[in-house]
Design a protein around this ligand. Structure first.
Ligand code: G3P
Length: 218
């Protein structure tokens, strides 16, 4: 089982328009046997990045809807069609009610998309684990976008999250996210029992995202 390094491009200016594809192509050149590197480009660039780069892509958000009158929704069936392999669900910056999270996971499973569901607290992790997603990413909202890593700030909660998820849904893997920015943070996440990290600004806003990643993933 490879360690997942999921890089959320968010909608930072650095990945606006054609920049998303340019950065995706560079990141796709980083090869590490131990790691599965995946990017989540902005929604408007997702199709282009999926089809014109060799990067493995997840969507930043997805809805549970199927074809029909669903204005503005992101359909799992369409994600699959463009070559997208999974999706982030319930990011702290795009939260969903529990019932919708459940339906979204089910629809994604039907379409064979990998599900990464974010949760900001242990209480939410317990509830989301019952829906058996592929991954749960623990991301405390207050640390997102900052320079203090969740692995340093909340190690005891990460350990509890890993134990809790193992009991409720043994096949669901746990990611740590928020403030992750170094090889040490990644190593610490793995020591605490996680199977990867969710990371954004440290990569996207790095002077050279490819070099940054290469240094982080030694
Ligand atoms: O989705 C990843 C994210 O919310 C963490 O952001 O910038 O703290 O790595 P960042």
């Amino acid at each position: 089982m490879k360690t997942l390094v999921l890089i959320n491009f968010k909608t930072y200016k650095e990945v606006s328009g054609e920049n998303a594809l340019a950065i995706a192509k560079k990141i796709a050149l980083v090869k590490r046997n131990k790691y599965q590197i995946v990017i989540a480009p902005p929604t408007l660039s997702l199709k282009e990045v999926c089809q014109k780069s060799k990067a493995r892509c997840f969507a930043q958000h997805v809805d549970y809807k199927d074809y029909g009158s669903n204005t503005g929704r992101v359909l799992p069936v369409e994600l699959k069609k463009i070559g997208c392999q999974g999706a982030i669900i319930n990011h702290s910056e795009h939260r969903l009610p529990l019932e919708i999270i459940k339906k979204t996971i089910m629809e994604c499973k039907k379409r064979k998309l990998i599900t990464v569901v974010c949760a900001t607290t242990l209480a939410k992790i317990k509830k989301i684990a019952q829906f058996k997603p592929d991954y749960i990413a623990y991301e405390p909202a207050g640390l997102i976008g900052g320079d203090i890593s969740v692995t340093k700030s909340k190690p005891e909660i990460i350990v509890k999250a890993v134990e809790t998820v193992k009991k409720i849904s043994p096949r669901t893997k746990v990611l740590a996210g928020a403030g992750v920015h170094s090889q040490e943070d990644l190593g610490q996440a793995l020591l605490l029992g996680c199977q990867g990290v969710l990371i954004a600004h440290a990569v996207v806003k790095a002077k050279d995202p490819k070099k940054f990643l290469e240094r982080m993933l030694i």
